[in-house]
Design a protein around this ligand. Structure first.
Ligand SMILES: *Cc1c(COP(=O)(O)O)cnc(C)c1O
Length: 381
């Protein structure tokens, strides 16, 4: 049965982005960040696709996401950066999935379980460098390492890591610089202690471009691989530094639907629920079968744009649960069944998530991750 909209993922676009990232990373290991259902692209479709391109390390937020990857790609490396319910820690250790440790309770539970299972737990010690979210404080570090090294038979300290609080904006420069300094001090300390040799990882997409010295052993890359810059600022800086006017990334995702009906409305009428859109003149409208229940945010009411017959057209009225109205007065030949692009390119025009977010006040990340997992994802060349 056909769904009301469909998503395609482009293999060639992803190949382009992976090559771009690998080129920047050099010898640094690429960990593909696929939390939030691979930023809405779909873990099930995206992970095998990028794995075919040579990527074999994945970062997720929670154990259920790790399990999804493990079921499709049993031999890749997976690290959980966030939440693991105590009940799931056994599955994690048994399946050799590594995980961030940011508080002592998890460290102690990991040691106990690993001992019981007779399988070494692979941990990454997360340090609080200034994000003030999760992580051990610098003054706790020595004690934590002491506990972990004492349990060497059951624990592998695979990595030492932290996360930068907003590397995509120059307004956070001082804060980020101070985080990098704190991280480097810890790194220095670890290197002096010859008892363990963890991988250091700090960088996300914005960091490998804005603070290349933070690449270290491994970088956790999310948004870039999907073909989006973390912010306009990072894109502009990249373009300036490289004296190019071409965006080097290609969008992997396209989201489309079709026109379900058209309608002509006389001047002086309200369109849809309530009174948010009033016709000042005779207006031709196309209805599309996509609404906020399908991930087309209500904040796009009277704001969003779509492409039909190569033209950028306005969303009018409020986005409903299942339906949205588009003003097609300037293109009256549009008819039922015409292709509608919600994200992607049609003719010479494109709707990118970045420009999308400009008029919807949503971040790239948020709009993408709100795409329901129930919409089919098809791989195209
Ligand atoms: C989401 C996330 C990343 C990836 O961020 P991008 O900006 O998408 O590259 C890296 N590290 C952690 C801890 C994250 O949560």
């Amino acid at each position: 049965m056909s769904q009301t909209s469909y998503i395609t993922l482009s293999r060639s676009a992803l190949k382009n982005n992976v090559e771009f990232i690998q080129n920047i990373l050099g010898t640094t290991k690429f960990s593909s960040v696929v939390k939030g259902n691979a930023y809405g692209h779909g873990i099930k479709q995206f992970c095998p696709l990028i794995h075919e391109l040579g990527v074999d390390h994945f970062s997720v937020f929670s154990a259920d996401e790790a399990q999804k990857i493990n079921a499709i790609l049993p031999h890749v490396s997976i690290q959980i950066m966030g939440f693991i319910h105590d009940n799931d820690l056994e599955w994690v250790i048994k399946n050799k999935v590594s995980f961030f440790v940011f508080e002592s309770d998890r460290l102690n539970k990991a040691i106990q379980l690993a001992q019981k299972l007779k399988i070494k737990a692979k941990i990454n010690i997360e340090i609080e460098t200034g994000m003030n979210r999760t992580g051990f404080h610098v003054n706790e570090f020595d004690a934590v390492i002491k506990v972990a090294l004492k349990a060497k038979k059951h624990i592998i300290i695979e990595g030492i890591c932290s996360h930068l609080a907003g590397a995509e904006s120059i307004s956070n420069y001082k804060r980020v610089k101070s985080q990098i300094k704190t991280f480097s001090q810890i790194q220095h300390k670890v290197k002096e202690n010859k008892q363990y040799h963890p991988k250091f990882h700090l960088a996300c997409s914005a960091a490998i471009l804005q603070y290349p010295k933070t690449k270290f052993d491994l970088a956790r890359i999310g948004i870039l691989q999907y073909g989006f810059f973390p912010s306009n600022e990072v894109l502009v800086q990249y373009i300036t530094k490289n004296s190019t006017d071409i965006d080097p990334l290609k969008r992997v995702i396209t989201w489309k639907t079709i026109v379900m009906d058209t309608n002509t409305i006389e001047a002086g009428s309200f369109v849809g629920y309530g009174t948010s859109f009033f016709t000042n003149s005779k207006t031709k409208v196309a209805l599309i079968p996509v609404g906020y229940s399908h991930g087309f945010s209500r904040s796009l009411s009277n704001q969003g744009k779509v492409l039909i017959r190569g033209k950028r057209l306005d969303v009018i009225g409020t986005v409903n649960m299942n339906m949205t109205a588009i003003d097609i007065t300037e293109c009256p030949e549009i008819e039922k069944g015409d292709e509608v692009v919600l994200i992607g390119t049609q003719g010479d025009n494109s709707i990118s998530v970045a420009s999308f977010s400009d008029f919807s006040n949503l971040l790239n990340y948020e709009l993408l991750t709100r795409l329901p997992s129930g919409i089919k994802r098809k791989i195209i060349a």
